[in-house]
Design a protein around this ligand. Sequence first.
Ligand SMILES: NC(=O)C1=CN([C@@H]2O[C@H](COP(=O)(O)OP(=O)(O)OC[C@H]3O[C@@H](n4cnc5c(N)ncnc54)[C@H](O)[C@@H]3O)[C@@H](O)[C@H]2O)C=CC1
Ligand SMILES: O=C(O)[C@H]1O[C@H](OP(=O)(O)OP(=O)(O)OC[C@H]2O[C@@H](n3ccc(=O)[nH]c3=O)[C@H](O)[C@@H]2O)[C@H](O)[C@@H](O)[C@@H]1O
Length: 500
Amino acid sequence: MSDLDIQQTDDGNLPVQKITWKMTLKKICCIGAGYVGGPSCAVIASKCPAIQVTVVDLSEERIKQWNSDHLPLYEPGLDDVVKSCRGRNLTFSTDIDTAIQEADLIFICVNTPTKNFGIGKGRAADLKYIEAAARRIADVSKSSKIVVEKSTVPVKAAQSISNILQANVKPGVKYQVLSNPEFLAEGTAVNDVLDPDRVLIGGEKNSLGKEAIEALCWIYEHWIPREKIIVMNTWSSELSKLAANAFLAQRISSINAISAICEATGADVSEVANAIGTDSRIGSKFLKASVGFGGSCFQKDVLNLVYLCECLNLPEAAAYWQQVVDINDYQRQRFANRVVESLFNTVTDKNITILGFAFKKDTGDTRESAAIYLSKYLMDEEARLRIYDPKVEKSQILRELTHPCISEDPSRVSKLVTIHQDPYEAAEGSHALIVCTEWDEFKTLDYHKIYQKMLKPAFIFDGRIILDHEALIEIGFHVETIGKRLSRKPVHRSIAPSTQ
Ligand SMILES: NC(=O)C1=CN([C@@H]2O[C@H](COP(=O)(O)OP(=O)(O)OC[C@H]3O[C@@H](n4cnc5c(N)ncnc54)[C@H](O)[C@@H]3O)[C@@H](O)[C@H]2O)C=CC1
Ligand SMILES: O=C(O)[C@H]1O[C@H](OP(=O)(O)OP(=O)(O)OC[C@H]2O[C@@H](n3ccc(=O)[nH]c3=O)[C@H](O)[C@@H]2O)[C@H](O)[C@@H](O)[C@@H]1O
């Protein structure tokens, strides 16, 4: 790689400085030790032993956990990766300024939640954490840096980062801002970073931009074939991330809309998904009908896209993407209504077991989980909820349910909700059991034992289409699932004396 003389492309105010990013790149800093920063930088450290990686965060608690045997998030394979390089070339720290000063390249992996106030409330991304990170970099940097935007952001956010950096630049310091959105999914994060479908890098087309892009490519090339690294302009890269999540979410809403038709007609959504998914132009992934998508990003990013369309005066495009979120709301509400209707139109004071609170299996993350909304709808009907999840802490479930958007009166939660460490205990004395998360262990529970523990008629609502419905009906359960009408034994046959 050739050296680059900054003065050739600069305005002449800066001293002559040779930058050879790729050759000098020895230290990386990651701002934000969350679901993205932690796993992605742990993999970088493990694959690039010659590079010192420091992951920093404002949260002392989170950093303490990253430095402990109990990592702040559950992710298959993550413990091993972290243990293999922590203390070697991977450090977790709250000393943000030192990590920034020493770094040649900085990943910004801070949260970009939906704004819940002011202009764009409920749709626009709140960029205050991104701006704070950029200002911190500008304040403390004494040497040139490549700044990589990994958080998901609206189009042109890199321009704002660049503006903040350039407006506060110190003599002799030079910045290049790149977009490098992350595509990992929770529950498979380590594998997704180790073996991604592609890596996207957006940057400027001038020589400094190309140099910075090359440096970032060089990091990924330690384990990812070059042909999987796609380079494009910054705005395409930022928009591609929003578009990818919108397309994925749109597939789920599309199949969920079909599931409603199936329930009304007698078609089976799994058969329909299989039939359309075998068309290679459509593909089989992300066609699993469910109680609704959750997670911190799909809704946030689709709404972000809606807001972008509105700001660009594209109301028809905005309305199109808004429907993806609306159908998701509809699916969750529809499922809750079905529970109430099936339980003879009242769930008041009835015990309902919720199996699974995480937004998907193999993660302890509950952000925007369908289980939260289902719980809310059922609590609004004064149902008593008995919740079990293998990986979500009790305090986390209670925090979600007592959030002001879910419960106006948090004391209602302590009255109506109990959290259990065991699925059989959670099923004790219940009128109904609802599967909200597709944890593998729910497929192999002893449903004979569960049936014995429940009040009769015993209802199961499979919100993930993962159980053996025929076997459950044979046991005596009344079974309801998404996108399929199940034939069942007459109710009088399923009424067996309770053992309670
Ligand atoms: N969670 C996921 O699976 C994925 C998330 N993303 C995107 O990545 C970004 C981060 O997401 P998560 O890791 O899930 O968020 P997170 O909330 O788990 O982590 C963000 C961390 O940044 C820290 N932070 C915020 N401002 C800071 C600052 N100025 N200095 C130091 N630390 C600061 C917070 O304390 C927090 O620990 C978001 O934009 C998200 O949309 C992208 C792909 C996957
Ligand atoms: O930007 C992000 O945050 C990430 O969002 C998603 O990843 P994630 O939300 O972790 O998990 P997914 O596997 O996409 O599942 C999202 C939700 O959709 C649901 N889902 C998924 C697939 C499906 O067929 N049906 C369905 O209901 C899941 O149960 C879950 O609630 C994307 O898959 C990642 O590529 C992206 O990087």
